[in-house]
Design a protein around this ligand. Structure first.
Ligand code: LIP
Length: 284
């Protein structure tokens, strides 16, 4: 069957979303069922862990995707460990590609915190067409597809109306892997000083969905990865928010800003000023 026939039969955003939901649920439900095994390590570093369940969940998501779309490429957080065979797949620029983070918030999951999720996105020509963020421990599944609503458990999402950074709750990260930080939290410090509250919750995809749900007003993280934000970025956009990649690094690493739209320029300006200040700061 030619790709065009594939396209007209099975690759509408709605069809891709249905597959993404099955894939996210397969991965997330496996992690949830097996969480008694959350201490089984593949590797550990000073600030991160890689779990056997990370690998198992990515394989489950990939199996669902491959069964439905055998010719699509898959980019997953665990590709470097899993021999996903991506290199043998012919990548055409217009081909749909799947972006999978099997367990986002792995350290949270490893310690038994409920703030973790599985993220699955389908993209074509760099545009996300369908997105799912599934948080089994919270019993929440966030979904969106191109030109459709952002939903949580089937209910429509809308961003907050907070108009000033000084009144905003901003979710962020630890600034690791950014601007050769000379001391911890160089950007966090600026954000925390200028907004009502800054929080580090540790699962980017779920954090961005909180902005989409109007429970937070902005999210920024430096040194995050494409698989952390690909799905949640579409969900936030479809909820009326604004998303922006401020910087692209090597190996799918990037700096991501997502807001309710009302505080976007103010928060972006603050971050830009913070990075400039950090670069000017004397080496301690
Ligand atoms: C995590 C992100 C989180 C970030 C962590 C880590 P993982 O992704 O969701 O926002 O602060 O450093 O990158 O590794 O759990 O999929």
């Amino acid at each position: 069957m030619t790709r065009e026939k594939h396209r007209c039969k099975t690759e509408t955003p709605e069809d891709l979303l249905a597959c993404a939901v099955r894939a996210a649920r397969a991965a997330g439900d496996h992690a949830h069922r097996e969480k008694k095994r959350r201490h089984e390590l593949v590797s550990a570093s000073a600030h991160d862990v890689k779990l056997r369940l990370d690998l198992e969940c990515q394989l489950r998501a990939a199996e669902i995707i491959r069964t439905t779309y055998s010719h699509h490429r898959i980019l997953g957080e665990e590709d470097t460990i899993l021999s996903t065979g991506q290199r043998d797949r012919v990548s055409s620029p217009h081909q749909v590609e799947w972006i999978v983070d099997p367990i986002d918030g792995t350290v949270n999951f490893h310690h038994g915190l409920r703030h973790w999720c599985c993220s699955v996105a389908a993209r074509q020509n760099g545009e996300t067409l369908a997105a799912v963020v599934y948080a089994p421990d919270l019993e929440e599944i966030y979904t969106a597809c191109l030109n459709g609503p952002a939903l949580c458990n089937g209910k429509t999402l809308a961003v907050s109306r907070t108009g000033k950074l000084a009144r905003a709750l901003v979710l962020t990260g630890l600034d690791r892997g950014c601007c050769e930080a000379k001391r911890p939290f160089p950007i966090f410090e600026h954000i925390a000083t200028h907004c009502r509250r800054a929080r580090v919750l540790g699962a980017a995809a779920l954090d961005i969905c909180q902005v989409a749900a109007g429970r937070a007003d902005g999210y920024f993280e430096a040194g995050i990865f494409l698989w952390d934000v690909a799905a949640a970025g579409l969900i936030l956009n479809r909820a009326g928010g604004c998303t922006e990649v401020l910087l692209k690094g090597r190996g799918h690493r990037l700096w991501f800003l997502g807001t309710n739209g009302h505080i976007h320029v103010e928060l972006r300006t603050l971050i830009t000023r913070a990075v400039h200040t950090v670069h000017q700061a004397p080496t301690t």
